[in-house]
Design a protein. Structure first.
Length: 393
């Protein structure tokens, strides 16, 4: 047995048990009931004064939503970002509490799998851009264009925002959340930048949320953030983030050029123009018109006028685009319930016998069916391997 898999000391195990219990929102008395012991026994275990028995550890790990292996191994991760979110005004909401715990657990799971496999995540973080005095929207526009240039993106549309953020080394997860929650962001020195997005939302909205959270990472990364439905964007930080997201998705010059080409020779903005521009940029019809308003290409209130006069229906979109396949597919949702990188880590950990199927299900907060999809074909991979394609290490 190598050092990485050796049992930690009793004080280390006790501290991990305490953090896991608090993350599960359980009292020491509740923990004592689970293992049929006195509260003083739990106190002694958490202080490292009394070694925990195997049966007790298994019961507590199950109750805390973790695994005995995670508690015992030296490389197990003990990250707790939840208290930071509790300091936010929005965090009194139970749905927000659940989402913050889910983000915390998913980050812990990914880091733990990385450590177990000896994998180091490369961070390709962009330079920080603190919010300065003056016109915050103008700074957001400039910072967004600088970042696009830094990434070598040019003015074209972005096919997969989630993959782009992942390429920077950010940890991005997409899960179904309460409909009122759009996304969460947190930064931890050890884990890095972490984002959770609501997979129930349409891809255009998910992309906007992802870039909103990226803006917080760029400008105020040490402050956790919850983006909720119908937030009143009153703070400079939120105004910056919203403007940054719009500017990053739809660069001013590219939008102006597209608008000029699309409406050439026309006297009025029509639904057809909006549909074509939305298809070309990969954002919603509303987002296109709001951006045109922001750039003074159309009158303020143009989108509201269309909404008051029947809106733009899906039937009208089909009439304009026909049966043209959606060029964006599921862009933004490609991470799935288990992102591809995390799925690869889980498969390798399972193949090496570090985690069982059940432990992975608990670790990743998915059911057994989802885990089986992740592990599908893993057993046959090794038998199909050939020395010719063996990776050099």
């Amino acid at each position: 047995m190598n050092e990485m898999n050796q049992r930690s000391t009793d004080p280390e195990i006790g501290e991990r048990l305490r953090m896991a219990r608090e993350a599960a929102n359980l009292t020491q008395s509740a923990a004592a009931t689970i293992i049929d012991a006195a509260r003083t026994t739990v106190v002694a275990i958490e202080k490292g004064q009394r070694r925990i028995r195997t049966a007790e550890l298994q019961k507590l790990a199950l109750a805390y939503g973790t695994s005995a292996n995670a508690i015992l191994r030296r490389e197990s991760v003990h990250l707790d970002m939840v208290p930071r979110f509790r300091k936010l005004p929005e965090s009194g909401d139970e749905a927000v509490e659940r989402a913050t715990r889910l983000l915390n657990d998913l980050v812990k799971a990914e880091v733990e799998l990385e450590n177990a496999l000896g994998v180091r995540r490369v961070r390709n973080y962009p330079p920080e851009r603190p919010i300065l005095p003056g016109d915050v929207k103008l700074q957001a526009e400039q910072d967004a264009q600088e970042l696009r240039a830094w990434l070598g993106l040019g003015p074209g549309p972005i096919l997969d925002v989630v993959a782009l953020l992942g390429s920077l080394g950010l940890r991005v997860f997409v899960r179904k959340l309460d409909s009122r929650i759009c996304g969460l962001f947190a930064y931890d020195e050890s884990a890095g930048g972490c984002i959770l997005l609501n997979g129930s939302h349409p891809k255009e909205r998910l992309n906007q949320t992802a870039l909103h959270e990226l803006a917080h990472f760029v400008s105020t990364r040490n402050e956790p953030e919850v983006l909720a439905e119908n937030d009143r964007l009153i703070s400079r930080e939120d105004k910056y983030a919203n403007s940054f997201a719009r500017s990053f998705l739809t660069p001013a010059r590219a939008v102006k050029q597209l608008f000029t080409e699309t409406t050439a020779g026309q006297s009025h903005l029509t639904r057809r123009h909006i549909i074509i521009m939305a298809q070309a940029t990969g954002v919603s019809r509303e987002a296109v018109v709001r951006r045109l308003e922001e750039l003074d290409l159309v009158r303020a209130g143009t989108w509201d006028w269309f909404e008051a006069n029947g809106g733009i229906t899906n039937d009208q979109v089909k009439e304009v685009l026909g049966d043209m396949p959606d060029r964006w597919g599921n862009a933004g949702h490609t991470a799935g319930i288990v992102p591809s990188r995390l799925a690869l880590l889980a498969r390798e950990a399972w193949k090496r016998g570090i985690y069982s199927e059940g432990q992975l299900a608990r670790l990743l907060h998915v059911d057994r069916r989802d885990v089986r999809q992740v592990l599908d074909g893993a057993e046959s991979e090794e038998s199909e391997a050939d020395d010719f394609v063996k990776l050099a290490r």
